[in-house]
Design a protein around this ligand. Structure first.
Ligand SMILES: Nc1nc2c(ncn2[C@@H]2O[C@H](COP(=O)(O)OP(=O)(O)O)[C@@H](O)[C@H]2O)c(=O)[nH]1
Ligand SMILES: [Mg+2]
Length: 820
């Protein structure tokens, strides 16, 4: 309920604080506080209350003094209780904000004589929260034994003891209906009365000796009767009113007050006090103050926290930081936080110092907790950006040809400096967070990156050198192995040494850039050397796998070409056996070179060639003899004498079987050569000796002439020739005699008669003029028989051996070897 007073530019608001049943009106107080804007007052407010007998003109006095609107008793209706419970109003025109409480009168007839509980409770309540208490009393009660206000004062003093700590409340005795007796005479009597009552009040041990003045400041004022001398009353009231202006200032009516609850805590404080009073508990005002401060500071802190949460700037900042780095993030956020905290400080200023700062700390912690994710995000941006920049700069430095370790050092250093700068931009001053963990992580990432780049670069370097070695060694080694001579392995070793040395020197020069320690460097060089050796070994193994082909090739080349590399023509003069022997011995040399790896100088002592020559080249002559089984075969082993398995490419057993295969597959070539030589011999022996031809010409000259002269003879000779020719072809005389003279004669004699018969029959058929073509086809077919060529082609596949089949006799083509 509010009434506006234009004269004071103020309004009077009032509310019932506690109703007649002792229930506190919480919503009423809250509304009232909002109306009078009490929350903004801090400590600049005063609370006044009035006590006194019922219908002693208390409400009338308050209304006159403070322009309030408390209900008064209608003078014409008689004395009855008008004010129920406790009312509160704001004084109009009094600075600073002054609240006044009108209490239900004491010794009220309505509550009955025994019901003093509510009186005591409301008196305690008024004392607990008021700075000034007006004690309303009739002038004629002063000095009287049975004065109406004596029990009231007793109550006031008794309850004051229960407040634990005195508030130094001002007790302003208002003497109503003053008589002609001047105040100077009345006041000592009154003070004496008060002292007597104070002395008579039972006090707790702690306050046994405490004087009244420690608890109260006693002031006395006298007013004329409102009913009889209204003008005078009003004048005196106006004077009294002036004493309430700036009452809390030093020297004012309430200048000595203590333990004031800040205005914003008033409502809560009043509620709590009333609750404690109702429960009849002891009222510990200092503890109460701390309690009020705790609750209020908490409320303020929560309110500020909520305000910050919904703060537009903060929300925008929080949004923005998700999508990328923001410059001045730390500064912005810090200012938002400090604003929020200072707002809290401003509002909680008047509350208990300890509580206030504790709550401020809590608020700060809560706020920092709220902004921490955003801070971490911002810091994450800094970290990732710095890391990206580092990678970029490092790449650039490396590509620019800068040494690896110097590039790494400068880049890492500048990266860390950049991070520190970035951190300075996001750091929130009041939070005092350190970035050591993030910094460490960045450092780790950077180091990992550097070492991974180093590893990549070094493996690239290694593989490039390996590639170089491979290129430098592969083809030469292959050629050298193909050449297979005594010098093959020393040459390979020489080549390996030269190439490895040049690679190692280049490699170690490049390694310097990567800041590798001596041990790693050494092991890498060893690995490179091993790689070169391994490469050669692999190549040798590969070649060893192809040794049979190589041997055959070599044999073919040597066998079918003369010393001038000209293709041989088997004219009959060549010593096939010697050529075969020397060719085979060359192939044996090849096999002995390929059998064992000799990468160390010491490996030259293995005399594989000798072993092979003894076992293979010589064994062939023994193989036909029976005693060969009893002698020990040096090749019947899977290891060479004294040669470790790791160095063995072809085992003795393999050598033996390879040699057998080799011989088998080259035998055909040899036999072909022998055949060619024989054929050549035959063809050159076909004509009779020249002396026989001369004798024939001389002795047969006359017969020859006779024949030439007689054409009939010529015809008979021609027919005879034709007959002989067809017989020759039909009987395949040349073919039959190829296998020897005796078998040929036997075979021919058995075929002679049937062939003649067959010839006669055919002639008879021809005579009848039928199937002349058939005969000619048969004869042409018989001419297709292959004739051994005088020359041997260089490449003959192993299948050639099998195709030889029934056509050649094995005893015949191994004969050259047997002779050896
Ligand atoms: N004799 C006398 N009567 C007064 C005075 N002031 C008010 N009254 C009368 O006392 C009666 C009770 O007044 P009220 O203010 O309601 O008393 P309350 O119960 O103490 O609040 C009313 O009829 C007033 O007219 C005064 O100064 N002297
Ligand atoms: Mg009243």
């Amino acid at each position: 309920m509010c009434v506006y007073y234009p004269a004071y530019h103020d309004k009077c608001c009032s509310t019932q604080l506690i109703d007649g049943d002792g229930t506190i009106n919480v919503s009423g107080i809250e509304n009232f506080m909002k109306e009078v804007k009490l929350g903004e007052c801090g400590l600049s407010y005063a609370v006044v209350s009035i006590m006194g007998p019922q219908s002693s003109g208390k409400s009338t006095l308050l209304n006159s003094l403070f322009s309030t609107n408390f209900r008064e008793m209608d003078a014409f209706k008689g004395r009855s209780q008008t004010t129920k419970g406790i009312w509160m109003a704001k004084c109009v025109g009094i600075e600073p904000c002054t609240l006044v409480m009108d209490l239900e009168g004491t010794d009220g007839r309505e509550r009955g004589e025994d019901d003093t509980a509510f009186e005591k409770q409301s008196a305690l309540f008024a004392l607990a929260i008021s700075d000034i208490v007006l004690i309303n009393m009739w002038c004629h009660d002063i000095g009287r034994e049975q004065a109406a206000n004596k029990p009231l004062l007793k109550t006031v003093f008794q309850v004051m003891m229960r407040l634990f700590s005195p508030r130094k409340t001002t007790l302003l005795f208002v003497i109503r209906d003053k008589t002609k007796t001047p105040l100077e005479n009345l006041e000592p009597v009154l003070r004496e009365d008060i002292q007597k009552i104070w002395d008579s009040v039972p006090k707790p041990e702690a306050h046994k000796e405490t004087p009244l003045s420690d608890f109260f400041i006693v002031e006395v004022v006298a007013l004329s009767s409102f009913e009889e001398k209204e003008e005078l009353f009003k004048e005196q009231v106006a004077n009294l009113r002036n004493r309430f202006q700036h009452s809390i200032a030093p020297g004012g009516l309430a200048g000595d007050r203590r333990g004031v609850v800040p205005a914003s805590g008033f409502s809560f404080s009043a509620q709590e006090i009333w609750k404690i009073i109702k429960e009849n508990k002891d009222l510990d005002l200092p503890a109460h103050k701390v309690m009020v401060a705790t609750v209020r500071c908490e409320e303020i802190a929560n309110e500020k926290h909520d305000l910050f949460t919904s703060n537009k700037d903060w929300c925008e900042l929080k949004e923005a930081v998700q999508s990328g780095p923001i410059s001045g993030f730390g500064k912005n956020l810090n200012s938002l936080l400090t604003t929020c905290l200072s707002e809290y400080d401003a509002e909680a200023n008047y509350f208990d110092e300890g509580v206030r700062s504790a709550k401020q700390k809590q608020l700060q912690e809560k706020l920092l907790q709220l902004v921490q994710p955003a801070f971490q995000t911002a810091l994450g941006h800094v970290r990732s950006r710095v890391f990206d920049k580092f990678k970029e700069a490092f790449d650039k430095a490396l590509n620019g040809g800068e040494g690896f370790s110097s590039a790494a050092n400068t880049c890492v250093e500048s990266c860390m400096t950049r991070f520190d700068e970035g951190f300075a931009d996001v750091v929130i001053e009041i939070a005092n967070w350190d970035a050591s963990k993030v910094r460490e992580k960045l450092r780790r990432d950077v180091d990992t990156h550097v070492s991974s780049v180093r590893a990549t670069k070094m493996s690239e370097l290694v593989s490039s050198y390996e590639e170089k070695l491979k290129e430098a060694l592969s083809a030469p080694v292959e050629t050298l192995l193909d050449g297979a001579s005594k010098d093959t392995w020393p040459s390979i070793r020489k080549l390996l040494n030269i190439e490895t040395q040049s690679a190692v020197s280049g490699f170690s020069a490049e390694l310097v850039r990567y800041d590798t320690d001596e041990e790693t460097k050494k092991s890498m060089i060893v690995a490179l050397e091993d790689y070169a050796k391994g490469m050669i070994e692999a190549k040798a193994r590969e070649e060893a796998g192809r040794v049979l082909i190589r041997m055959k090739d070599r044999f073919m080349t040597l066998f079918s070409h003369d010393s001038d590399s000209m293709p041989r023509i088997w004219t009959g003069k060549e010593d096939i056996r010697a050529i075969t022997k020397s060719s085979r011995s060359e192939c044996l040399k090849l096999l002995s070179v390929m059998a064992v790896i000799r990468l160390a100088d010491a490996d030259d002592i293995y005399d594989i060639e000798k072993t092979l020559t003894v076992a293979l080249a010589d064994s062939s002559s023994d193989s036909g003899k029976d005693n060969s089984i009893t002698t020990l075969d040096p090749l019947a082993s899977s290891t060479w004498d004294q040669v470790p398995t790791s160095k063995t490419l072809i085992t003795p057993v393999q050598c033996k079987s390879l040699w057998r295969k080799f011989k088998m597959e080259t035998e055909y070539t040899v036999s072909q050569a022998i055949s060619a030589q024989e054929a050549n011999n035959r063809s050159s022996n076909w004509l009779p000796p020249p002396w026989a031809i001369v004798a024939l010409l001389i002795l047969g000259f006359n017969e020859f002439m006779t024949v030439l002269r007689n054409p009939l003879y010529l015809g008979v000779i021609f027919v005879g020739y034709l007959l002989m020719k067809s017989l020759w072809v039909q009987l395949d005389v040349a073919g039959e005699f190829q296998n020897g003279a005796l078998p040929g004669i036997i075979s021919l004699s058995s075929k002679f008669v049937p062939t003649i018969m067959n010839l006669m029959k055919k002639l008879a058929e021809e005579g009848q003029g039928t199937a002349a073509n058939d005969h000619s086809r048969n004869s042409s077919k018989s001419y297709e028989r292959p004739v051994p060529s005088g020359r041997v082609t260089s490449s003959i596949a192993s299948s050639g051996v099998t195709s030889l089949g029934n056509r050649t006799d094995s005893t015949e083509y191994t004969s050259p070897l047997k002779d050896e």
